[in-house]
Design a protein around this ligand. Structure first.
Ligand code: HOZ
Length: 460
């Protein structure tokens, strides 16, 4: 399987000069959830903390009630009350070919007929690892796991085992899953709930994590110098997708590569979001920077739980059963999940897939930019391949400080305006949005029509 043309581009247009920059604070809008969603959330809340199995799903920041989803097909989802939405969350990224694609569902059905799992090797595991390695040559060897959290947690353990060092450097506002050492200055739901450092993480563990601003190579250099010989790894989202979407500044990832090499520190790219989404392969195939280890998830499972980590063969040989660094999982390489991932990757491998989707999404981004400019609403819209994001901000967003300074009250008004008009965006300003090959021109025009009205509410 090969995908020769994947010219992912990252674009961040300058903020339009606002005619009227006054920021109003709108009255809270009523929750858009219908009676069946509300009843379902009440029942869930009795048995599940907050009624959700992952905090960012709770719409807590919106003071609202999440929609309970009944089904999805193509670019759309339907809630329990029967209302349909154009979906830009796409299960938080995995569904690059849309909901319930027949090829993916067919592969799952066929595989399930032969058994749901064995806890023993199957041919499909080797096949998907070969596809991953051919798309991401830096992943000379690959280990399958079941979630992005698990991939990153395991890569970190491996980095410590291989270097004999304990410290790790991450960036403020980046999110690498919920393992203890990485819940420090964390983005995603932690940023949304304003709990970037989780309770329950022993201080002794958090003390091994240093956090620096994203896009700030000088800060990384200072940390590496101050802790010379003690830093096992620098871990980074090459495109940050857990504080909204923040693009890497030119030279930032190259600087990380150079600094890590100089200091004998491993460079880990967390491409759980960007892998097979910004391009065939990941952001590393776009920017030309080679990490020592890479973490993948989301798209490689096609909506089912598959994730992976991998890298240089000499590093991977530290893993049990060859080496002494232990990592395991009953569901690792589960055949049904791998079948969904392989079917998805086969669709992504079709000629021109990424170029076509990227161009289609660029039209949506351009339309939004134009609508906001006409209404004097300052907005920053970024795109990386089939990922996108926006901030209500007059200045470019380059790190957590500038992301957090964006106008969140305006974001809330816009979010509610969109959801009330049938467009489903992530319920937090600190999450990325996604695009799928199931989205059509009609979805773009319907989204822009909704945005035109929602932006009026933002500027009034
Ligand atoms: N970590 C995901 C967002 N960055 C959220 C996962 C979920 O709630 O499903």
């Amino acid at each position: 399987m090969s995908q020769p043309d994947s010219p992912a581009a990252a674009t961040q247009a300058p903020a339009p000069t606002p005619a009227a920059a006054t920021i109003s604070t709108p009255a809270p809008a009523p929750t858009p959830a219908g009676p069946l969603s509300r009843a379902a959330h009440a029942a869930a809340s009795a048995v599940i903390p907050g009624g959700v199995n992952s905090p960012v799903r709770a719409w807590k920041r919106l003071g609202g009630n999440p929609l309970t989803i009944a089904r999805g097909k193509g670019s759309r989802i339907w809630d329990l009350d029967g209302k349909s939405y154009i979906d830009y969350v796409l299960s938080w990224g995995p569904l690059i070919v849309g909901h319930a694609h027949p090829a993916v569902v067919g592969a799952v059905r066929r595989t399930a007929r032969d058994g749901l799992g064995f806890g023993a090797p199957t041919l499909a595991e080797t096949e998907i690892c070969e596809v991953i390695r051919s798309a991401l040559p830096a992943m000379e060897q690959v280990r399958l796991v079941s979630s992005g959290t698990e991939a990153v947690m395991s890569a970190l353990r491996l980095a410590r085992a291989a270097t004999g060092r304990d410290l790790v450097i991450k960036c403020d506002g980046c999110y690498h899953g919920h393992s203890d050492p990485l819940l420090v200055a964390a983005g995603s739901g932690c940023a949304t709930l304003n709990t970037p450092d989780s309770s329950g993480v022993p201080a002794a563990i958090a003390a091994h994590t240093l956090s620096v601003p994203y896009n700030d190579a000088a800060a990384v250099e200072r940390a590496l110098t101050a802790h010379r010989g003690r830093v096992a790894a620098v871990i980074v989202e090459p495109v940050a997708g857990n504080m909204g979407l923040v693009l890497p500044k030119p030279g930032w990832l190259d600087a990380l590569r150079r600094l890590c090499t100089e200091h004998g520190t491993l460079l880990i790219f967390d491409e759980v979001m960007t892998g097979f989404r910004v391009a065939w392969g990941g952001w590393q195939t776009v920017c030309g920077v080679t990490p020592d280890l890479t973490c993948l998830g989301k798209v490689i499972g096609g909506g089912l739980p598959v994730a992976a980590y991998g890298g240089r063969r000499d590093l991977m040989s530290h893993l049990a059963p060859i080496g002494a660094c232990y990592q395991a999982g009953t569901l690792s390489g589960n055949p049904v999940a791998v079948a969904a991932g392989l079917a998805t990757l086969k669709l992504c491998a079709s000629k021109g897939f990424y170029a076509k989707q990227q161009a289609a999404l660029a039209k949506l981004a351009a339309g939004l930019r134009q609508l906001a400019a006409r209404r004097g609403v300052p907005i920053q819209i970024s795109q990386a391949g089939t990922m996108w994001g926006f901030y209500f901000s007059e200045r470019p967003v380059v790190d957590w400080t500038t992301a957090a300074a964006s106008n969140q009250e305006r974001w809330r008004t816009f979010f509610l305006g969109m959801i009330n008009r049938g467009v489903y965006l992530a319920p937090s300003p600190f999450e990325a949005a996604f695009w799928s090959s199931a989205h059509r021109r009609g979805d773009v025009s319907a989204t822009l029509a909704a945005a035109a009205e929602a932006l009026e509410e933002c500027s009034s």
